[in-house]
Each structure stands twice: as C-alpha cells, then as structure tokens.
Design a protein around this ligand. Structure first.
Ligand SMILES: *[C@@H]1O[C@H](CO)[C@@H](O)[C@H](O)[C@H]1NC(C)=O
Ligand SMILES: *[C@@H]1O[C@H](CO)[C@@H](O)[C@H](O)[C@H]1NC(C)=O
Ligand SMILES: *[C@@H]1O[C@H](CO)[C@@H](O)[C@H](O)[C@H]1NC(C)=O
Length: 409
C-alpha cells in the first residue's frame, strides 16, 4: 500500500514538473503539413502536361461611373476564381475532420488572370486569404473595382445603352498550361442581377459571356469575355434637359400671338433667346461629349437655338416690312416739302399750288396702300408663323419618334 502510495505521490509532482509540451492545434498542423514542401512558384499539377483549369465567375455589383470623355467605365464586381491545386490535398479523417481551411494567398500558387481592358487600378481591397478544401479545390473570392476601356455609344444619350466587354485571360500562360472555364452556366451568369445595386443611373440588362481561344504568335490563349450590357435611366435628363427646352420653345411659339407691329414681340423673343443661351451654357457639362462624337441631344439644343433665332429674325422681318411703309411715307412727305419749297421759289405760283394739290392726292392714295400694306404684312406674318410651326412640328415629332424607339428598344 505504501509503495503504491509512494508511486502515487511521486507521480503527481512529476506531472507537475514536466508539463506536456503544448500541442499544436490541428489547424496549425494541417497548414504546416500542406505547406512544408510547397513551392509557390510551380504550377500545382502532378503531370505537367495537364493544364490547370481556372473556373471564373463574376457578379456585377454596381456601375460606378461611365465617362464619355475618356471612354472609361468603372464597375464594381464580385470576382471568383476557382482552381484545383493537386498538392493541397489531405484526408480529413487525419485532421479532426477538417474539410476546408483558409491559407495565405502569398503562400500558394495563384493564376495570373487579368482583365485585358483594364486601364487603371481601381480601389479594390486586397484580401490575403484563399479557401482550400480537402480535395484541393482553391477558392479565391474578391471584390474588384474595374476601370476599363469601353467604346461608349453616346449618340442616343440619354436613352443610350452600353455594351462593355470585360475579357479575362492569363496574361502569360498558354492554353496548355492555364485554361479557363465558366463556373456557372452562361445563362445563370447572364441573368444574375440579384446583387446589382439598382438605384443608380444605370440598369443592368444582362451579362452574356463566351469562351474564346485567342491565337497569337503560334500560341493559343484562353479567354472569357463578359459583355456587361447596361441601360441609362433617362428620367433625370428628361426632367433637367428636355422639358425646360420644350417649355421655352412653347413660350416662343405663343409669343407669335403678340401684335407684330409693336416692339414687344422682339423684346420678348430676345429674352427667350437669352434665357436659352444661359440654360445651354449651364447644361453643357451634363452632356457626355467626346472629341469625335456628339449626342443627338446636343444637336437638338443647337437646332432649338437656331429655331429661336429664326423666329426672332422672322419677327424682325415683319416689323421691318411694317415700318418700311412708314419710312417711304416720310421720305415722300419730305420730298413733297422740298418740292414745295423749291417749287415755290423756282416755279410760278400756279404751278406750285397745283403741286400741293397733287401732294394731297398722293397722301390719300398712300393711306389706302398703307392699309393694303398692313394687311399684307399680317398675311406674311401668319404665313411665316405657319411655316415655322410646320418646321417645329416635323422636327420635334421626328426626334420624339427616334427617342421613343431608343428608349423602348
Ligand atoms: C502525363 O499525362 C499524359 C497524358 O495524359 C500521359 O501520356 C503521361 O504518361 C503522363 N505522365 C506521367 C509522368 O504520368
Ligand atoms: C471541394 O470544393 C469543390 C468545389 O466547390 C467541390 O466540387 C468538392 O466536392 C469539394 N470537396 C470536398 C471534399 O468537399
Ligand atoms: C456586345 O458586344 C459584343 C462584341 O463587342 C457583341 O458580340 C455582342 O453581341 C454585343 N451585345 C449586345 C447586347 O449588343
């Protein structure tokens, strides 16, 4: 009993003196096992003739900016690439049933997939980890802000739709080494607009994708193209650009009902023209003009301005016609006076009295021609007004038709 007790007594302090070395966690063990002989510079295949297939997937999260001037589009996407790493394989039963672990991105091989159209580094957060499961499948998920070049079609602005391509490819590896594939079916990717922030200026229509092999310098490169098709919501621009313009044109048309012989109409039209100029100068920044292309709405503004100038010119013409008669009258009376004065001094009394009688006759006939003239002027005014109205209606209805087709297409 005593010896047993001694053993017991000695055993307890022994255990206290030599505490068991702290065991590494299973996670730590697994990571060490996996990365002990890992070389991150080597493509992770057992047989070098096998290509590494990188599965690609992405979701458009939002369209941040579309810059017509520089032809750049900034999109925010959730990008996923998944590939098989044949060296990161383990049996979960050996490691407490761990099926998935996260590894440092710097510790393993990663494919060099880039977007061909990128023109600028966006502000993307860099995530330091990837997820690996026991069969060696590596998942690299990251949010990316892509600033890409895109051939923007601004002619139909603000009823435009854009088709921007994002091409993913390995910059260096040929198809024999790194091949690409889609993670989900193309239909699923095309119609996945769940995550899209739908409150902005742009509406995501679809994201069709296709796989292509690019042949360059006797080598084949795999690439996957995604076409991000977006459509602008025109309401803001219709309210801030089109409607004020239309209102001014309507006011201009109404101003034809002002009497043509007073100067009021010209003053009124001049102020409309001035107002329109100010409006245009303010709105010029909103138009996405490029060096070679200008949107149709810019032409619309210019033509509106031209129409305003035309209507002003027309009013001036009518006033000029009206006063033309008066001026002629004045000239006549002046000449009559002169004739009277010199006539009295040069010619005989009888002759001069005859002349004055004749002048009276002339004044009478002039008053008749003046009424005729006035009637003619009003007719010309009406005619010009109708002509102007026809031009305006044809112009605006053709533009309206065009815009409606664009917006409903
Ligand atoms: C690699 O794969 C190719 C084709 O599948 C096969 O012919 C070759 O024997 C393999 N090489 C090795 C070392 O297993
Ligand atoms: C690892 O992930 C891939 C891709 O998600 C999956 O197909 C595979 O079944 C997973 N393996 C295990 C053992 O869970
Ligand atoms: C977008 O552009 C690509 C090529 O640039 C073309 O193949 C595709 O049909 C276009 N998609 C739409 C909806 O216009």
């Amino acid at each position: 009993g005593c010896s047993g007790a001694a053993v017991c007594i000695s055993a307890v302090p022994l255990a206290e003196l030599l505490p068991e070395k702290p065991k590494r966690s299973t996670l730590n063990q697994l990571t060490r096992t996996l990365l002990r002989k890992y070389d991150r510079g080597v493509r992770p295949v057992l047989n070098w003739t096998d290509p590494t297939i990188v599965y690609i997937d992405f979701i458009v999260q939002s369209v941040l900016d579309v810059d017509g001037q520089t032809q750049k589009v900034t999109t925010s996407i959730w990008y996923r690439q998944i590939w098989k790493d044949e060296f990161l394989v383990w049996d979960p039963t050996d490691f407490d049933g761990i099926n998935e672990i996260s590894l440092s991105l710097d510790a393993i091989w990663v494919p060099d997939i880039v977007i061909s159209e990128f023109v600028d580094v966006g502000r993307s957060p860099s995530l330091p980890y990837v997820y690996v499961n026991s069969s060696g499948s590596v998942k690299n998920y990251k949010p990316v802000q892509v600033v890409s070049a895109c051939d923007l079609e601004i002619y139909a602005f603000p009823f435009d739709r854009q088709n921007c391509t994002l091409t993913f490819r390995s910059w260096l590896h040929t198809v024999g080494e790194v091949d690409l594939a889609l993670w989900r079916s193309p239909e699923e990717i095309a119609n996945d607009t769940r995550e899209f922030m739908n409150d902005g200026e742009w509406e995501l229509l679809s994201v069709p994708s296709r796989y292509r092999r690019l042949h360059m310098e006797d080598q084949d490169y795999a690439q996957i193209q995604f076409n991000v098709v977006i459509r602008r919501r025109p309401l803001l621009y219709v309210v801030s650009l089109l409607i004020p313009s239309i209102f001014l044109m309507v006011v201009d048309v109404i101003s034809f009902y002002l009497p043509p012989n007073s100067g009021t109409r010209i003053t009124f039209k001049t102020s409309i023209l001035l107002g329109y100029t100010v409006f245009r100068v303010n709105m010029m920044d909103e138009l996405p003009a490029t060096a070679i292309k200008t949107p149709l709405i810019g032409v619309f503004f210019a033509v509106c301005m031209a129409l305003l100038v035309l209507s002003l010119a027309k009013s001036i013409l009518v006033v000029k016609l009206l006063h033309h008669n008066e001026k002629e009258m004045k000239e006549m009376s002046v000449s009559a006076c002169l004739l009277d004065k010199y006539g009295s001094s040069i010619q005989s009394f009888n002759e001069s009295s005859f002349t004055s009688v004749k002048t009276l006759d002339e004044v009478e006939s002039d008053s008749i021609t003046q009424t005729d003239w006035l009637v003619l002027c009003y007719k010309v005014d009406l005619l010009l007004f109708r002509l102007y109205l026809i031009i305006l209606v044809v112009y605006s209805s053709s533009l309206l038709f065009l815009w409606i087709t664009w917006s409903s297409a």
